[in-house]
Design a protein around this ligand. Sequence first.
Ligand code: GLC
Length: 742
Amino acid sequence: MKIFSKTLCLLALSYAAASCCQTSQTNVPVYLDEEQPLEIRVEDALSRMTLEEKVKILHAQSKFSSAGVPRLGIPELWATDGPHGIRAEVFWDEWEQAGWTNDSIVAFPALTALAATWNEDMSALYGKSIGEEARFREKDVLLGPGVNIYRTPLNGRNFEYMGEDPYLASKMVVPYVQEVQKNGVAVCVKHYALNNQETNRHFYDVVVDDRALYEIYLPAFKAAVREGGAWSIMGAYNYYKGQHACHNEYLLNDILKGEWGFDGVVISDWGGAHDTDEAITNGLDLEFGTWTDGLTMGATNGYDAYYLADPYLKRLREGSATEEVLNEKVRRVLRLIFRTAMNTDKPFGSLCSPEHYDAARTIAAEGIVLLKNENDVLPVDLSSVKKIAVIGENAVKIMTVGGGSSSLKAQHECTPVEGLLAAVGDKAEIVYERGYVGDVTDIFDGVATGQDLSESRSEDQLIADAVKLAESADVVLFFGGLNKAACQDCEGSDRFGLELPYAQDKLIKAISKVNDNLAVIIISGNAVAMPWVNDVNAIVEAWYSGSQAGHAIADVIFGKVNPSGKLPFTFPVKLTDNGAHALDAYDREDLSVEYKEGLYVGYRWADKFDVEPLFAFGHGLSYTDFTYGEAKCAKASVKAGADVKVAIDVTNSGKMAGKEVVQLYIRDEESYLERPVKELKGFRKIYLEPGETKTVEFVIEPDMLKFFDDAKHEWVLEKGKFTAYIGASSKDIRSEVSFEVR
Ligand code: GLC
């Protein structure tokens, strides 16, 4: 179908070019002339379209495509999931995969892993690589990245997002956006906004004050639009101020299009539109995935029943909807089509290239976080071990399939055990034990893992077998954590608790008793409780690392890569150490969710109430050591509006080259509105050879000192004293220096 419609468009294109009245010098209609400014082309195309054609391009025509204007040779738009790789092709009107044989792709690490690199170059590499794959698969809109803030550790989709801090997410999202769009593929930043849980996701209504909205939940979206130049945004499912986020006066008209000047397209989440009048007036531009009382099940006219389809046409014809509002929507969709589907200057992209596999491996390795490493358990020295025990289902389980719309049909996925085997070769023996049974699902939307994880042994037998192996090994590598099953790290449901599932705690404790040369590697997209944290010498968070997971993990385990990842969100000791849960402000039953913790999300909560985290935001160890000098301020006092320069020397005082993420947090010592104790306002990832020292400089711009005064509805820079904290994590502050703004 797609190829046919493209041919049709090209034929129409040539006909239109020949027969159209208004032409530019080159005898090509203005809207087709790429030499013309975008807005001129948009106006020209708009002027040629009928009312029916205008309405038709504002909603889907299939599960993942929306119509163009064949008569004018304006092609349709094709969208695809997701944030970590290009989803398998599906049937015209189904979620089920269509069974193509040329749509396998490279699965890149989950966005928590990307955020954990704290390295904007990795974000650029990620965007370039995934953008090339989307382009090669002839997609115009990539439905990602997701930047919803990590408010609760239970949210099933945290693995798709970039953590708990708005500054980190704002910095890490921009290069991804810019590099994807260089391929002539639009990003669709999601889910705007306040979609911070999956429970009741279509129905819950968020109550949150403007300070938390503007200081915590919006910044990453604003950065994606204002600095990244995102060409589309996806509305979230939930309500805010009583209106669905997909057609929301405040979020879409006032803030996104008004305050931020967004010139792109607001795309609904699939099934996120619920009302024609609101969709018309409250900023929705392109409607996808609407359920229309079953008509979409295979019927061709289901799409005419969309809120922005026949019901909209009817209102326009009877005069209760204005063509002016219609034209504003159509301009945005035309702009998107010209930037993507009709952009003849696009590169061709590439799929499953060696460069993409290398990118996946590099990003994954750089995102792995070494949480604890005592008695030098890691890196494993292959010249001194003979037998390596590998225990746990997550050492063998395919993780790119499942978890909801980010599920992928990867051309290849190197599991941890495969990566270890490839790295070890014949230097040592690797013996595997299952240890526990987690999720044996092997298919999602028709994409099968090909694995048979069925198991007949009892829980106790599995533990006994694992302990027996651990006793006989020189080193034990346990792979556990979560997975992509429902109520784990999965769209559409949240976890029920912070604990590891499947009796893993019992197993880890049992193993730790027989071998203290044990490293626990957690594969997850969320924080987990670790009651055994003092019984285990080495702990690693390895995320969902995609096609090259096993190789990246082996690179770190055996020291080929010195880990440099830092946590993008706090690991609390217990659930009520998290603000939303301490205030019982995450309620499964209540459809009105009040964000009572306000600004105090993540480490902001821990700082305010002096709660000791299990592992802090920004925490991550290295195989080498870094020492910090004294932070120095160029000027102790500056005029309001001037930059403040802070510098510090950092030295690699260990024996191995490595990277350190030097973090800058700012405290406003006196403010007329309450502010968090300190907030991340800068980070630098530096590479240091053993013994090498570098001076790290931060430029603190006035905007970084501002807070949002919701009463005045403006950002305020207040004079007075500030403190700059510089450290290796939000808890590990190495030096501080005060300065004053006059
Ligand atoms: C899903 C998700 C969204 C995804 C879309 C299309 O429900 O919420 O992230 O891009 O629908 O699959």
